[in-house]
Design a protein around this ligand. Structure first.
Ligand code: MGP
Ligand code: SAH
Length: 225
């Protein structure tokens, strides 16, 4: 059975390791891009299914982190650590929060692979509940988009974000700092993103960036300040 699965892999692709093989069907597309996700993938990176389809590719995470140089950053939905690791390289301090203990365990492991684990405070918890106790210069929001099917709608609406709609998440974030970065689907309704800036008083400045890997747009990053 294992041999059969392996033989179906396209020429030039390595076989998927034992631990990930059972998830092969769902994550194959992402596994093929593994070095774009983590350049040090082969040095012991750990992923789960949601991690595979949600992690921010390294090229994008590096660019996002460069905007936060020297700041205290809170990565509110840190997943397996794609962003957290790059923040840890350039920020003065990093708090990484995820509600799923397995994600936090994997993020810690992955941060160790990159040699930055000692620069990060890892928290297992619900961002919504923790928000009143959080303090930082910049908040990074990379919430669940509702799975890989996000791209099937023509225009992705703010109320499709999890665990709350985009307006609620943004309002909670604003109670901590006006410096907010949101990582959003490439098919997001940009008028709704602009609305977030205008709903604030005074309105926030907003810069929208297409986040690319190898020149291909993967998502949108919105920088509010
Ligand atoms: P994708 O559209 O599933 O992959 O996700 P790809 O390779 O662009 O698919 P293709 O078939 O169009 O070629 C693109 C990127 O979006 C992923 O690499 C993640 O960084 C990000 N992403 C995807 N999802 C489903 C989520 C999510 O739920 N939350 C977050 N924060 N990021 C996501
Ligand atoms: N940027 C991350 C991917 C984030 S995916 C990376 O590069 O690896 C979104 C994450 O939000 C998931 O890991 C999920 O477990 C987490 N999550 C969902 N609800 C949450 C909540 N209420 N509080 C904190 N984390 C949450």
């Amino acid at each position: 059975m294992k041999l059969k699965k392996r033989s179906r892999l396209k020429k030039g692709h390595y076989s998927i390791p034992e631990s990930t093989e059972k998830e092969h069907g769902k994550i194959c597309k992402y596994w093929n891009q593994r070095y774009n996700l983590f350049s040090k993938y082969d040095q012991g990176i750990k992923m789960d299914e949601e991690g595979w389809y949600s992690v921010t590719p390294e090229e994008i995470a590096i660019k996002q982190a460069q905007r936060c140089h020297g700041k205290v950053i809170i990565d509110c939905f840190s997943g397996v650590g794609g962003n957290t690791i790059q923040f840890a390289k350039v920020c003065s301090s990093v708090v990484a929060i995820d509600i799923d203990p397995v994600k936090v365990e994997y993020a810690m492991n992955n941060a160790m692979v990159y040699g930055v684990a000692n620069r990060i405070d890892f928290v297992v918890g619900d961002f919504i509940q923790l928000a009143p106790s959080l303090k930082g210069d910049v908040l990074f929001l990379s919430p669940p988009w509702g799975g890989p099917m996000y791209s099937k709608v023509e225009s992705y609406k703010m109320d499709m974000l999890k665990p709350r709609d985009g307006y609620s998440l943004f309002k909670i974030a604003q109670s901590i700092t006006p410096n907010i970065i949101m990582f959003l689907p490439r098919n997001v309704d940009l008028a709704q993103v602009e609305e977030l800036a205008w709903l604030s008083s005074p309105p926030l400045t907003l810069e929208i960036e297409e986040s690319c890997v190898g020149g291909r747009v993967k998502a949108i990053t919105a920088y509010f300040s």
